[in-house]
Design a protein around this ligand. Sequence first.
Ligand code: GDP
Ligand code: MG
Length: 295
Amino acid sequence: MAFDVNGDPAILGGSRGGMVRPMDGTCFFIRGERWSDEGKVGSATAFVRRCSAMSGKTHREEARIKNEESSMKIRIIYQILDFLASVLPGLWIRVILMSNFMEQTLVLIKPDGVQRGLVGEIVRRFEQAGLKMIALKMVHPSHEDVDRHYALTEEWMQGVFNKAKAKYDARGETFPYEDHVTYGKEIKRGLVEFLKSAPIIAMVLEGEQAVALIRKLVGATEPAGAAPGTIRGDLSLDTYALSNAQNRPIRNLIHASGTVEEAQKEIPVWFTDTELHKYEHVNDRVQYDPEWFLS
Ligand code: GDP
Ligand code: MG
C-alpha cells in the first residue's frame, strides 16, 4: 500500500503520475506508468525520483510554496497601501506605492546571449508581456560578482543535481555523480568562469508575480527540453549530455531569479538602490489602476 502526500492511501490503478509516500515517510515522484496497490503494472520502467523526506514535497514544489507565501504577504501589504492610496489624492502617490510592492526580479543575459545578438529579442519578450524595466546595464563581471550571485546553498546544489539526474534517468543513462555537493560545486565553478569571460546584460523587471512570470517566459534549464514559445526553447538548443561531456555550463542564454527570496539576494549583487528607477509607466495605469478607464 502506498500513500499520497496527505498521508491518504494513494489513488492507484490508472496511468498516472504523482507523489507517493510509502510507510517509512520517504517520498517519491512516479510518472506516467500504470500502478495498482500491488505495485507497478505493465512492463515499462517507472520514473522514480526521490524527494525531500522531511516535507514529502519535491524541491520544485517547496520553491513554489515559498513563492506563494511571499506573494501573499506582499499582496496583503499592497492591499493596505492601495486602500491608503485610494483615499489620498494624486496618481503619483498611487504609482509610487504600487511600484514599491510589485515583485522585482533579476535577469542576466549570459555571454552566449550577448554574443549571438539576442539582447533585443529577449528584452522585447519581457516588454511585450507587460513587465516594467526598472534597471538595465552591460557589465563585464568580476570573479567576486559571479561568486556572490550563484550562492552555493544546499537548496541550489540539490536542485542542480536533481534536475540533471532526472534527465539522465529519463534517457536510461547512468548519472556519473553521487553527491550533490561535489556536483553543485563543479557546476558553479564552470558558471563563474563562463560569466566572467565576457560582458553580460543585467536587468531588473517589475510586475505582478514577476518572478514566476519570467521563469515561464524563460523556460526550462535545458534548452533542448524547454517548451516552444519560451526564450530558451525558441532560441537555444544545448543539452545536459553535450555540456557535461564538454565540461562546461549549459548554454541557455539567460539567468532569471527562481524565487522572490533569490531575487532579493541577487538584485543587490548587480544594482545599488539608486540604480533601481521609480517612474510612471503607461502600464502602471492600464494594467494595474482599477480606475484608469474612468478618468
Ligand atoms: P536555471 O535557474 O534554470 O538557470 O538553472 P540552475 O539555477 O539550476 O543552474 C544555473 C545554471 O547552471 C544553468 O542555467 C546552467 O547554465 C548551468 N547548469 C545547471 N545544471 C547544470 C548541469 O547539470 N550541467 C551543466 N553542464 N550545466 C548546468
Ligand atoms: Mg537558478
